[in-house]
Design a protein. Sequence first.
Lengths: 866, 374
Amino acid sequence: MTTPAARPPERAAQEGPAAPSASPGRGPLLLGVRHHGPGSARGVLAALDAAGPRAVLIEGPPEADALAALAGDPAMRPPVALLAHAVDDPGRAAFWPLAAFSPEWGALRWAALHDVPVRFIDLPAAHSLALADEPDGPDGPLAVDGEGHEGPKGHDSQEGHGEPAEPNDRRGEDGESAQGAEDAEGLRVDPIAALARAAGYDDPERWWEDAVEHRGSGADPFAPFEAVGEAMTALRERYGDGGRRHDLVREAHMRGRLRAARKEFGDFADGGGVAVVCGAWHVPALLAKTTATADRALLKGLPKVKAELTWVPWTHRRLARRSGYGAGIDSPGWYGHLFEAPDRPVERWMTKVAGLLRDEDRTVSSAHVIEAVRLAHGLAAMRGRPLAGLTETIDAVRAVMCDGSDVPLSLISDRLIVGEALGEVPESAPAVPLQRDLARQQRTLRLKPEALERELDLDLRKDTDGARSTLLHRLRLLGIGWGEPAAGRANAGTFRETWRLRWEPELSVRVAEAGIWGTTVLGAATARAEAAAASATALADVTVLAEQCLLAALPEALPVVMRALAERAALDADVAHLAQALPALARSLRYGDVRGTDTAALGEVARALTERICVGLPPACTGLDTDGAEAMRGHLDAVHAAIALLRPAGDEPDDGLPGRWAAVLTRLAERDSVPGVIRGRAARLLLDEGRLADGDAARLMGLALSPGTPPQDAAAWIEGFVGGTSGGGMLLVHDERLLALVDGWLSGVPAAAFTDVLPLLRRTFSAYEPGVRRTLGERVRRGPATGAAAPEGTSVAGFAAGQDPERADAMVPLVALLLGRVPAGRVPQSPGPATAASATTTVAVAAAAAPALAGAPGARTPQEDP
Amino acid sequence: MTVSHALPETTAKPATEVLRPHAEDAFAAELAALAAQDDRPRPERWRLSPRAVSTYLLGGTLPDGTVISPKYVGPRRIVEVAVTTLATDRALLLLGVPGTAKTWVSEHLAAAVSGDSTLLVQGTAGTPEEAIRYGWNYAQLLAHGPSRGALVPSPVMRAMSEGLTARVEELTRIPADVQDSLITILSEKTLPVPELGEEIQAVPGFNVIATANDRDRGVNDLSSALRRRFNTVVLPLPATPEAEVEIVSRRVDQIGRSLGLPVETDGMSEIHRVVTVFRELRDGVTTDGRTKLKSPSGTLSTAEAISVVTNGLALATHFGDGMLRPADVAAGILGAVVRDPAADRVIWQEYVETVVRERDGWKDFYRACREVTV
């Protein structure tokens, strides 16, 4: 051992006998750290190098001892996390995330490199997972570990791993962990805050940064740890356990493990020596003079579950506090930088920032970098800090490089301050709990993974089939493409699904990858959906996601997705996008109905979306070229169909949506600047809805086909009005007035223009069924005489002069049957007015039947809305 | 405009004859107290240390109990960055929409740093180069030829030679070629006088504070060469609705009195509503934070809210029943929001239909909005 090796014993001597059996001068090397502190990490490495212990003890679950060697595996790349979960309940889990700049990771790596054994000394996960389930009795010593394993609370719920700050939550200032509030009784002491107050800082975080993390390594690698240890000793003398009584149990266990390690590896004086890397808070406790028997007594009778541990990849984003996974650090990217930068961290950081901004096409010169560095140093001096910290650099970047704007700053925050680092775990790591959970569900649902492709028909009304469908949808969300939905034979019903299943070997890898999202299929799919909602850029993506959430039964993810949806919809200025999003939403609402999910929120969003479309559509329909108009007409149809589905549920009063929509259609139909195809389509939709007064359709058509209109535009109007597969041919067959108008217009088209409109007309009429075409031809051949004979009379060929109430009444039961309901009953839910009325042959009948179907959709009166 | 964050000048000496004394005169006592107790290092020719300057702006209590009144209410960070910028001999550019106290802050910074806030160049579309460099006394020039005696120095030139802080107001209104004459001054810290074959070199302590309006596009945008010489600090709009309502009602009260409009207190709810609408559209999100909105192209600054309310008050007084009603402000709000007839109108309608209609107690307002919109 070199000279510094003599130091640890001295420390121990200063702070009293380290352990009962050891004589002064033989204690272990205690390295009290702040978790995820880059300065601490550097300090630990320096101290380990200097002391050269025979074994390294780390605060963490002892079950992970066997996994420690994996840290040396070249395929292992931080950030990673130790994951502990209950074998019989993967939802109960806890994570110990480690980043490259975590002192524990540094110690693990150091041990692997020097071939030194690692022992984890914290309370076993078997106990901590079990403890988390117990109500924390105020008088027991076993209350929930505020700093540690609160994770395992909710079964199968995201909180299971969402919440736990875990032992790694900067235990240097243990009390920091937000879960502190959990601990009902007792004041929680934040040791770092206490020290910071003593030093005159109001922000404990900043004090620690200034006092420890930003200090360059001095000549003596042990000095900082001695100082921190002394400070903590003083604090614990004053505050005792700081309101965390469960810590006593953990510390008792740590002492026990430390005793065993010292027996095994000896002390520095004997040429052996152990080093302990633990939260600074625990250092005094490890030095405390207690007997092994007393410690064992404390540990007696702890509840236990069968726990398994493995490594899982982690991300910087998840280390950041705001992600909800709460490792408790705001700026993993910045810490990573501090740890990696060999010198001049601020200068290097500014260069990184400049590089990022340049990549985003902002002009940032070297002069900017120089000035930003100067300003950061100036600010640090003015604020009395030893080194420019993150706040100073952010302020400087904002003022110098970003013209005072926060917009590029958010980019910097996202890419650099948090960072995008993604960890990797070697394949030899044990299986993730997600895999187990999947296997369990596969067993209960009798759905075996088979390499051979097969089709699976599911009847969602049956429980098992419903659960199977849910599982497959969840897996799809997680990118595990075991089953793909196939267009089945009975695809007409919403309660049927057909899947094509095939288990590829690579799917196991996908499962392992998906383990990052959670420990159960439900939890992982929820987390995945929430993340996808947050990062989705296009509105339509979010609506599809919402649909998937419903299909996959992820009620917890739905609010997040809905919020994202509402935000995207509010900010999306393109009506086309909104129109694209609406149908999926309307569909989701119907699925929700089928599956009995609560879709109130969804309906709200859908209605808000419709409002926005109603406001934005008319302006968006002007000044379009042919292709644009054609696309917009498709949107018009889709929105119309969707609005028919968006009927207010139950007893809610009609919220006027259909009325407002009709008003929009009327405006479109009447406005000259709107392309013909859209005007025609709007007129047609109004006609089908029964919102056009008698003769209005003919009036609109007359206007559109009047001689002043360019033939191209008129042809487009015809295409919009009767084109496509919307049954327009039948309309013409049955309304001779309209046919006569078309016929008259067509005869009046000048020869020169005729060839121009011919392709469009051909497209319109060739889509009709042969029978319809023949009938139309016959009607036209019979000549305009019929049409001209009674242009304004109510008598239409094929119909009587007036309605025959008796004959109409006779049709009522049949219509009611078609609508799927008993006569005189209540309004049907799903077959909207469009379905009922758009079959043009039934228009007259439906109109006649309307009184009998009081309250039926067809009988709605047009809204008085403008 | 110094509406939003400016506080009444509590320690102003009424004894002076002028309508509005300079900051260094009005707050002379505070500055003297700060200087007396300032033990931190001061940059050359600075009256106070940077720390003391920020205390002067943000307010505080000195060790001897002297209370320094806050001149600017807003994030501490902003003031610290501004002061440090001046200490690092970079020029400072204060950006913000009208009514964010840019001029106010620049005046007080100059007063605290140099003890002199009068070296001011007011930027207009007609600001000539002479206002930034130097001019000539033509009588002298004709009589004696080019000489130092015939030279009329600009405020910037004086600041350079005496090591003081010069202020340039509304920098973006100054024509681009005139703006560019600042580049040499800021980077080389020198001002050549070719007519005399000499130059004025800046002495330590010289610096420039410029203010500009960042919402009025299409004036004279800064060239990137000039922009690079400045550190930019954006002064934000009032952070909380309460603060903004307070500012608006105080100003409305003042203006109303000067216009002879009876000010009645029941208008508060209407003021609150105007501020809410402005803030929501400006921030692009409703106050409950649940619904996102599109933002219109107008600034919707506090100053505009004040004029909407004043206008509504005049309507109510002369044509209404003397009470500020929703209908009185609706038209004004519409005018402030819809600047671009196409895009803004859609945004406004969306807002009315999705937010205003749903809100409890806003029925009257909704009706008034529908009336003026359609």
